[in-house]
Design a protein around this ligand. Structure first.
Ligand SMILES: [Zn+2]
Length: 58
């Protein structure tokens, strides 16, 4: 699945069906690994807080 930046819509092929632009997966910038690490840490923290809240309520 590719993403057309101009139309802001997903496209199955390498050429956008709406504007005809060449949209290859290489044109997209990958998510930095630090961002993924931060997101994972945030999810773990939130789960830990919910776990503590459930323990406190019961
Ligand atoms: Zn397009």
């Amino acid at each position: 699945m590719n993403w057309c930046e101009a139309c802001e819509r997903p496209e199955d092929s390498d050429i956008c069906a709406q504007c005809g632009a060449n949209i290859t997966p290489l044109a997209r910038t990958p998510i930095p690994w630090r961002w993924r690490l931060f997101l994972v840490a945030t999810v773990i923290y939130v789960i830990w807080r919910i776990y503590q809240l459930v323990n406190w309520l019961t």
